[in-house]
Design a binder for this molecule. Sequence first.
Ligand code: SF4
Ligand code: SF4
Length: 510
Amino acid sequence: MATAAFETPKLKPYPVIPLVAAGATSHLKPYVASAAIQTAVGFPGELAEGWEQRAVAKMGELLDKYRSLRVYMDACVHCGACSDKCHYFLGTGDPKNMPVARQDLMRAVYRRYFTFAGKHFPTLVGAVDMTKDVLDQWWSYYNQCSECRRCSVFCPYGIDTAEVTMAAREIMDSVGLGQKYSNEIIGKVHRIGNNLGIPGPALEDTLLGLEEDTKEETGVDVRFPLDVAGAEVLLVTPSADFFSEPHVESLIGYAKVFHAAGISWTLSSKASEAGNFGMFIGNYEQLRKIALRIREAALELGVKRIVVGECGHAWRVAYSFWNTLVGIGAGGKDPFAIQLQSQLDGRYKQPMHICEFTHDLIQRGALKFDKEKNDGRIITFHDSCNVARASRMGDMPGGQFVIPREIIKAVANHFHDMAPGTIHEATFCCGGGGGLLTDDLMEIRVKGALPRMEALKNVVDGHGVNFMATICAICKAQFSKVLPYYGFEMGMVGGVHQLVSKAIRLGEPE
Ligand code: SF4
Ligand code: SF4
């Protein structure tokens, strides 16, 4: 079991609502971005005189821009239905990690400056001034929300705390208080092309190495093409797939699927990152700028289809925002959006998730598997928040739950779901999403993983599960880190296409 400067919560056989421990995680905060990191992505370098007024003005701007935010500020009746639904509250007991309390940190300021009662009778309605003390609480608790949206599923009014968190981070960035982890990564995407900062030549080398390894493993010439103009498919995948374990195993799986189906494809050095941290910081301009790289790459390469690899928040951005952001699939009225829409093949969903792509080929009998090659694994599936609650797959409601599981069952013989209430739309976050996947937040990451670890323990004990598949790069990285804290092997997490890779038949060695 991993050791740490904090106590790892004890696993219980069923979820227990913790005793309230006021201030238990008030000390947890991410590193602050330096002035250089901030200014590189267009934000003020640090807090400067008058930041309070600027923060309130920014809040006003967001309230006008996003009607939903104003509704969320006004609609909460404090019924408490969300209070025990956040994994960070369940793992820490800190009442400010109850979603309603997290929202109230902003609601109190909203009331003070944007409601009649708050302007004239602040103490009667719990309205507070925007002060450094308030900002410190925002900094701590809006960086203890993974924007997973689980609480919104249980709110009778559909209030989405994730959007409140995004707005709070946007306000903080706008006055010069930004998160080092997320903003540094955004800078790298603009400078180098991906979150990991892998330059084009290194990427090319890696892909050549993967071709050699795969040839050695299978005897077959499976290609990992880069920047191939005229390919049918542009695959946009998280950069973790190029270097990190277990992520790279899924990249090998995608390549084998393209090979077995005989469909030409390419990666792009310009769009060598599917992830879009612009969403985590709630900044529309960054969200769009990062997404534009993918449109540019698709236009330059002349591809007919855009497929997204195993990345939860990237799929949310692709599925929910690419159309209005940059016109991929539909939406977007500028000439480049129109050009891309006429270029992409209208017979296919644009964009398409790699799981939809593989599932469609399986349905049509285009792929064959030796399922027994996965017999050493007893598998469960972790639904990633951004796929489960912020997107869909296929043409049916709940397709995002059905399709990955159908792929697993097509390539492996042993599958057991975790308990209802911990999967599908009620899935528990891995604990590291939404810009929290940084070592400076390790304590909240470990504690926030508790509900998922408890559900996992039940299928490990009850069914001998030894592998948890997931389709998110952040979930894979987070679980690799936190599984040992709870006494599990870090290698028991992996991708759905890692399982595909193991079982797929590639034809005769060449
Ligand atoms: S969005 Fe997720 S992390 Fe944030 S408050 Fe709701 S349940 Fe907690
Ligand atoms: S469930 Fe909705 S209305 Fe009830 S306290 Fe939570 S956010 Fe407010």
